[in-house]
Design a protein around this ligand. Sequence first.
Ligand SMILES: *[C@@H]1O[C@H](CO)[C@@H](O)[C@H](O)[C@H]1NC(C)=O
Ligand SMILES: *[C@@H]1O[C@H](CO)[C@@H](O)[C@H](O)[C@H]1NC(C)=O
Ligand SMILES: *[C@@H]1O[C@H](CO)[C@@H](O)[C@H](O)[C@H]1NC(C)=O
Ligand SMILES: *[C@@H]1O[C@H](CO)[C@@H](O)[C@H](O)[C@H]1NC(C)=O
Ligand SMILES: *[C@@H]1O[C@H](CO)[C@@H](O)[C@H](O)[C@H]1NC(C)=O
Length: 737
Amino acid sequence: MELLLLVFLLLAAMSAAVESITSTAVKTGCQERCGGVDIPYPFGIGPGCSRHGFELSCVSNGSGAGPIAVLAGTSIQVTRLSVEPAESQVMLPVGWQCYNTSQPTRTYPDWSRAKTEMNRGGVYRISNTHNMLVVLGCNTVGYTESLRSEGGAYSSTYYTGCMSYCNNSASAQDGQCAGVGCCHVDIPPGLTDSSVNFRVYDHTGMVDYSPCDYAFLTDRTNYSFRRADLIKMDKNRNVPVWLDWAIRENGSMSCAEAKGKPGYACVSVHSECVDSTNGPGYNCKCTAGYEGNAYAPDGCTNINECDRPSDYPCHGICQDTDGSYDCKCHRGYQNSGDPKEQPCSPKFPLAAQIALGITLGISFLIVGLLFILMMRQKRRMNEYFRKNGGSVLQKVENIKIFTKDELKKITKNNSEVLGQGGFGKVYKGILDDNTLVAVKASIEVNDARKEDFTNEVIIQSQMIHTNIIKLLGCCLEVDVPMLVYEFAANGNLQDILHGDNNRRVPLPLDLRMDIAVEAAEGLRYMHSSANRTIRHGDVKPANILLNDKFKPKISDFGTSKLLTVDKDFTMFVVGSMGYIDPVFHKTGRLTQKSDVYSFGVVLLELITRKPTIYDANCSLLIDFQKAYEQENSGRAMFDKDITIEEEIFVLEEIGRLAMECLKEKVEERPDMKEVAEQLVILRRSRKSRQGNYNISPQQFEEMSTEGTPLSLETAVSVSSSVLSAPSTPANNDFSNA
Ligand SMILES: *[C@@H]1O[C@H](CO)[C@@H](O)[C@H](O)[C@H]1NC(C)=O
Ligand SMILES: *[C@@H]1O[C@H](CO)[C@@H](O)[C@H](O)[C@H]1NC(C)=O
Ligand SMILES: *[C@@H]1O[C@H](CO)[C@@H](O)[C@H](O)[C@H]1NC(C)=O
Ligand SMILES: *[C@@H]1O[C@H](CO)[C@@H](O)[C@H](O)[C@H]1NC(C)=O
Ligand SMILES: *[C@@H]1O[C@H](CO)[C@@H](O)[C@H](O)[C@H]1NC(C)=O
């Protein structure tokens, strides 16, 4: 026998009351809460407060306790309402049948609780996602049926249920609802209401432990089976059931149909329409980033996502915007992806920070050290400058004081070495005006020699003669002062005369004559200094430089040997082997005649083109003197390149002059002035003998100024005055310093 049971919820197709739904009337003047339940529109209590079908009543439940909210026109209590379609909850009664103890095949139902009508507006559906059907009993099939069907095979559209059986009184177990004493089953969507039915089975022998069968819809997670419920369960008990709801009007329109039509429910800005997932119709919801009541004007409000980090994560600085939010990493942090999704990492990891710190520290240290070194260097440079007589030399007009840096620039950091000087390398340099210069080390200057050094530099700076290498400047900011000289492109006479055979240039007699004359002129100028006894001290071919036009320039004068001026005696070893005046050798007395002696050797080399020691161990000087004493001629020794008889005659004359210079007795030697004059006369007489001799304008000029011994005298006196005049104030400076 089959019985239709308790809960009978009718779908009410007809509308009970037509209410005007105006968006403005939504909340104002309407009850917001009842019995602890919030009542958002479209729900409402009273006329004009709800949308059609969503009417509620707030009633006293009669026990003197507070009021409860019920679906209007029913006693179905509402425990929760929400604008979210699946979040509304009502309390529904439990369906049951009991077996007659004396007639265990007969059941008795309680009809008094039936006939509850719900869903008159047709807006509700029993949530299939939140609810299940539970059947209790030891020998039963319980099921629910719903949605009356017109003209179908059965009276309803949906039937669903489950069977439960107990082998004996001990079979059912607490917490187990899987077919023994209890079973449960999912329900389909679309249930508008629910009636519960049971199949009736013979309960003989069971009535003791299972007198009744129960069936009810309830929250999927809410019910936990207890065996005790089989014997004694409150038949008046209500259980929570979730309801879905949707706007279902005028043929239950979908979103597409409802939009733009009068009565469209989604009235709020930032709202959107979604089709119902449980039955026809639609729901409204706020668009992403907004929340609130999409059914009320301006019901959707911006979400301050930053206040809800669990829902809206941000691994950085959160900034709310209208409808969304910005999330940026904190300063110093970065994210390759989205900081809303993954944590930011420091831009500079600790290791990098430490590394950076260390690097910076070291850099500061290095900079500091460099600074200290620079200061020390600067101080040292200043010390050198002072030590080397900078303050005095600064005032000398003819020379320029170079700084260490300028000198570096001039010599391109000592990139081109010209040769080896007496005290270090000689470097080629180039000044700003493209003048070529030679830069070489002087001697080391200490306090004792400071005055001598400055004196020498001053004298050198005043030696202005075309046949004396010109001192252009000096650099004092170094331990050993560097001197900057005019550059001589063709090197020195030593190399020209005795250099490698393949580099050996032909030396015609006229060129030799010019070199002899002009070198003598240079020395003569030097010796003609008025109030000083200036000597070169180291006359030799290596110290006679030749410029690009083979004009001889006396060099390595003074400083490199630092003869103490005004004194004839020197403690320093000066001169070079083979050129040293034997008198100086014996007495240590160096005179201008010592230069004459050395120049005599140079003349011998010019005419013989032999070095002072030739053919391994032959002495040019001794051999020449021997030849000269024996044959009154040096002819045997002359350079074999010169063959013309006339020229050999000139060589003889020079050889004779050289012999004069090389005389043992100092007073028998000519002085430089006489040597120069003799050489000039020799050259002139040779030129006048040469009919076809080409005289260059330059040579002509020289001849016209140096033409006579008288004009030579004039030149000497002029040079002397040039030499002596500025030296007087400079001398005063010294005594002051
Ligand atoms: C009235 O409400 C109270 C508490 O909410 C409940 O205990 C009582 O059973 C209710 N009475 C009726 C008649 O529903
Ligand atoms: C059980 O059945 C007996 C006999 O038919 C009947 O008299 C009795 O009223 C029933 N009891 C109930 C509770 O219906
Ligand atoms: C089923 O019930 C009978 C009678 O009480 C009992 O003898 C039997 O052992 C039960 N079977 C199981 C598997 O519990
Ligand atoms: C089941 O629902 C009722 C009523 O809402 C509630 O009082 C009870 O705590 C719930 N039980 C569980 C286990 O959720
Ligand atoms: C439904 O139809 C009635 C009358 O037919 C009309 O007054 C009402 O505005 C309609 N509702 C909607 C939502 O279209």
